[in-house]
Design a protein around this ligand. Sequence first.
Ligand SMILES: NC(=O)c1ccc[n+]([C@@H]2O[C@H](COP(=O)([O-])OP(=O)(O)OC[C@H]3O[C@@H](n4cnc5c(N)ncnc54)[C@H](OP(=O)(O)O)[C@@H]3O)[C@@H](O)[C@H]2O)c1
Length: 192
Amino acid sequence: MILVTGATGNIGSALLKELHARGVGPLRGLTHDAARAVFPQGVEAVEGDFAEPTSLKSVLKGVRSLFLVSRLGSDADILEAARQAGVEHVVLVSSITVQTHPHLGPADENLAVEQLLKGTGMAWTILRPTQFASNALMWAASIRGRETVRAPYAETALPTIHPADIASVAQVALTEPGHHGRTYALTVEGVL
Ligand SMILES: NC(=O)c1ccc[n+]([C@@H]2O[C@H](COP(=O)([O-])OP(=O)(O)OC[C@H]3O[C@@H](n4cnc5c(N)ncnc54)[C@H](OP(=O)(O)O)[C@@H]3O)[C@@H](O)[C@H]2O)c1
């Protein structure tokens, strides 16, 4: 059983579609609201809140591979519950800032989760994406309304990556050999 967290989100929804299209299963997607989640046919929608320790045991039952979007709750509790449930491999979404801007707060938080995961004894694969192309959707209203984008550092170009490309890497890490104990920095050009 593969559990995809953030299953209605940018990466998770693309990942479930890609795993399903490749015939991988069984698959479970985590959401707060199973009635509203639109998953591919046959994917089990499981309701839960990873910020609530009481959710963890039932959601993780029978799971052997976990795609984890960090900071949905206490990552220490989530990873310990995963270990106790018998999860064998965790693919974690971290951030490229761990290596490019280690002095910034979010990088520290992502590094801490990476280190927690490495200490659990479960096999791990860490994905460190740069900023998501989907972040640009926050400008949709101002582009429609005023044909304007307001953002700091207008002269600064930063790489982006489409969440579906992150999902493709996660799909490979979850289903093909050779990716345990590996950390991948993901940019639009691929793996650094
Ligand atoms: N945006 C960037 O540029 C960027 C860059 C690097 C790394 N990241 C990392 O990428 C991750 C976000 O990925 P994303 O954009 O794919 O996610 P997203 O689109 O923001 O979706 C978040 C998902 O998490 C679920 N969720 C929220 N709180 C939850 C909780 N307490 N328990 C269980 N599920 C919960 C929501 O599901 P329901 O509403 O259905 O319950 C939703 O599917 C974050 O860890 C972020 O740090 C982002």
